[in-house]
Design a protein. Structure first.
Length: 340
C-alpha cells in the first residue's frame, strides 16, 4: 500500500518540545508532502533544517492552516486556545500538547498504547489532546496492571525534570549550577526558588484545595484515559534538578491480588514498556538512561507490605519524547493511517 502523504504543520517549532517533534517526524519517517513551521513573531525568519531541507519559521496567524491536514501544536495553553479552533475550522486536525483542551469532554485524550480508538473522536472538534508528560508515562505502565488486576487506588510522588518547563528552565538550571560552583548566589527566574541543589514541591500553579494543577492533571487525565472515574488517586509533584526525564514512585492498590511475578509478567509484554528490575545488581530505571529513548522504564517492583493488595513501582521516561513529542507524532500517525 502506498502511504498517503500529508501536509503537516509544527506550531511552536522553536521550543523544547517542538524541536523534538521534528526529530520524531524524521525518525518515524512520517509521510509528509508540504511542511510548515510556525512560532511566535519572536522566532519568525529563523531557519530550521528538516530532512535535508531548510525551512523558514513563520509567525502563526489564524490564516496559517488552510490546505494543511495535521498541525502538531506545542506553543503553550493560551496560544492553543487562540489558534487551534482556527486550524480545525480550516480542516487541519490539531494534535495539541498543551493543557488547554485535555479535559474537554468532546476532545479525545490519547496515549496510543492505551486508548488508540479514542482518536476517532477527533471528528467532534478537529482537535486531539496529548496528555501531561507525567500522566503519559504512568498510564503506559499502569494499563497492563489495570486490565489484568483492576486498580482501586494510586498514591504518586513525582521527581520531574526541568525540560518540561521549556528551554528557559534548562538554561536556568545550568546557570544556577555554575553560579553555585563559583560561590555566587543562584538567580531564580523561571521558578520561584533556586532549582539547583534543591527540590521544589511545586509544579504549575496551586488550587484552593492545596493541590497543584500538575497533581490534579495526573488525577483527572488518568481517569479520562483509562475511562474509569472510580480510581482513587492522590499525587505530589516535585521538581528536581534533573535536566531531562521524569521519575515517579507509584503505589498501586489493585482490586485483585497480584504477585510481583504476575506484575512483572504483564509488564514484560506490554507495548512501550521495558522492565529494568535487578536491584541487587544496581539495576533500576534512571533518568540519565531514559534520556533520548521512547520507552517507559519500570523497576523496583515490590509488594507493599502495609496493605493486602499493594504494589510499589518506579517509573521513568523521557518527558520531552514519550511525555510529549513522541506521543504527539504517534497520534498523528494513527490519524494518518486510519482516518485521513
Ligand atoms: O501553557 P502551557 O501548556 O503550560 O505551556 C507552557 C510551556 O510549556 C512548554 C512550552 O515551552 C510552553 O510555552 N510546553 C508545551 N507543551 C508541553 C509539553 N507537553 C510543554 N512542555 C512539556 N511538555 P517551550 O519553550 O518548549 O516552547 C514554547 C514554544 O511555543 C512557541 N510560542 C509561544 N507563543 C507563541 C508560540 N508560537 C506561536 N504563536 C505564539 N503566540 C514558542 O516560540 C516556542 O516554540 P517563540 O518564538 O515564542 O520562542 C522561541 C524561543 O524563545 C524562547 N522564549 C519563550 N518565551 C520567551 C522567550 N524568549 C524571550 N522572552 C520570552 N517571553 C523560547 O525558549 C524559545 O526557545
Ligand atoms: O503538559 O514541567 O501540562 O513545567 C505543564 C508544566 C508540561 C510540563 C503540561 C512543566 C505541563 C510543565
Amino acid at each position: 500500500m502506498v502511504e498517503k502523504k500529508l501536509n503537516v504543520i509544527v506550531a511552536g517549532a522553536t521550543g523544547a518540545v517542538g524541536a523534538q517533534m521534528l526529530t520524531c517526524l524524521e525518525e518515524q519517517s512520517f509521510p509528509i508532502n508540504n511542511f510548515k513551521l510556525l512560532a511566535s513573531s519572536r522566532s519568525a525568519g529563523k531557519k530550521i533544517k528538516f530532512r535535508d531541507e531548510t525551512f523558514v519559521v513563520e509567525e502563526m496567524t489564524k490564516n496559517s492552516f488552510k490546505g494543511y491536514d495535521i498541525a502538531l501544536f506545542s506553543a503553550g495553553g493560551s496560544t492553543s486556545l487562540e489558534f487551534a479552533p482556527a486550524s480545525a475550522e480550516a480542516g487541519c486536525v490539531v494534535v495539541d500538547n498543551s493543557s488547554a483542551w485535555r479535559m474537554d469532554t468532546d476532545i479525545p485524550l490519547v496515549v496510543p498504547e492505551v486508548n488508540p480508538d479514542a482518536v476517532a473522536q477527533y471528528k467532534n472538534k478537529g482537535i486531539i489532546a496529548n496528555p501531561n508528560c507525567s500522566t503519559i508515562q504512568m498510564v503506559v505502565a499502569l494499563n497492563p496492571i489495570y486490565r489484568n488486576f483492576g486498580i482501586k487506588r494510586l498514591v504518586i510522588s513525582t521527581y520531574q525534570a526541568v525540560s518540561g518547563s521549556g528551554v528557559k528552565a534548562v538554561n536556568e538550571l545550568r546557570e544556577q549550577v555554575r553560579a553555585v560552583m563559583e560561590g555566587k548566589s543562584p538567580v531564580a527566574k523561571v521558578y520561584p526558588h533556586p532549582i539547583a541543589f534543591n527540590a521544589l514541591p511545586h509544579i504549575d500553579s496551586f488550587l484552593d484545595s492545596g493541590y497543584s494543577k500538575e497533581e490534579m492533571k495526573m488525577v483527572n487525565e488518568t481517569r479520562k484515559i483509562l475511562n474509569d472515574e472510580t480510581i482513587m488517586i492522590t499525587a505530589t509533584a516535585v521538581r528536581v534538578p534533573v535536566f531531562n526525564s521524569h521519575s515517579e514512585s507509584v503505589n498501586i492498590e489493585t482490586k485483585e491480588h497480584a504477585t510481583c511475578e504476575q506484575i512483572r509478567g504483564v509488564l514484560n509484554t506490554a507495548p512501550g514498556v521495558k522492565v529494568l528490575d535487578d536491584p541487587q545488581n544496581n539495576v533500576y530505571p534512571l533518568a540519565l538512561d531514559a534520556h533520548g529513548n521512547d520507552l517507559t522504564f519500570v523497576g523496583r517492583i515490590r509488594q507493599d507490605l502495609s496493605i493486602e493488595n499493594g504494589i510499589d513501582i518506579w517509573i521513568v521516561s523521557d518527558n520531552i519524547r514519550k511525555g510529549a513529542a513522541t506521543n504527539t507524532v504517534q497520534i498523528g500517525r494513527l490519524l494518518a493511517e486510519k482516518y485521513l
